[in-house]
Design a protein around this ligand. Structure first.
Ligand SMILES: [Zn+2]
Length: 171
């Protein structure tokens, strides 16, 4: 396949073993600051996905909770395929540190008694939320934390792009 602009379009999604936390991209900004993007995958691509209200409530919950734990969280965005989230941090690549950040964030989600900002004032679809669904998905993700660092299935190639950043991480 030809190399595409978007890093994840150069990732062979058949080769990954979710759940995992993967360093997806690094950008050095003109001022010298570094942005690192992580692929935080909850479910196995093309096999399972999170329902939209679960994705939405996790988005709200992780957005709030992660910022209690780290100053360098720029953004946590759901993937349109509903299998995970992108976490963007204004710091150099640190997969073990990001694993601890995600784990700490999900542990806080498990303690929630309501989804933050799940109302018509603070959200664009305040009715589309599920506290229980978000907690179930957080618990399932956390239960597999020991394997988050293993991104690719045994014997699988890391990427369709041998020179991409994903390749370096996979090796
Ligand atoms: Zn919302």
């Amino acid at each position: 396949m030809p190399r595409m602009n978007v890093e994840s379009f150069n990732l062979d999604h058949r080769t990954v073993a979710a759940p995992y936390v993967r360093m997806a991209d690094v950008k050095e900004l003109p001022g010298g600051d570094v942005l690192t993007k992580y692929d935080v995958r909850f479910t196995q691509p093309n096999v399972a996905h999170l329902e939209m209200p679960v994705v939405h409530s996790l988005e709200h919950s992780m957005a709030e909770a992660s910022r209690d734990l780290a100053d360098d969280v720029v953004d946590i965005s759901p993937m349109g395929c509903q299998t995970g989230f992108y976490v963007l941090r204004s710091s150099a690549p640190d997969v073990p540190g990001t694993i601890e950040l995600v784990a700490g964030t999900l542990a806080k989600v498990l303690e929630q008694t309501e989804v933050p900002a799940a109302n018509e004032v603070q959200c664009g679809w305040g009715a589309s939320h599920t506290l229980e669904g978000a907690k179930e998905a957080a618990a399932a993700m956390l239960a597999a934390k020991d394997t988050w660092e293993q991104v690719f299935a045994e014997g699988a190639g890391p990427t369709t792009d041998p020179d991409g950043p994903a390749a370096e991480v996979g090796r």
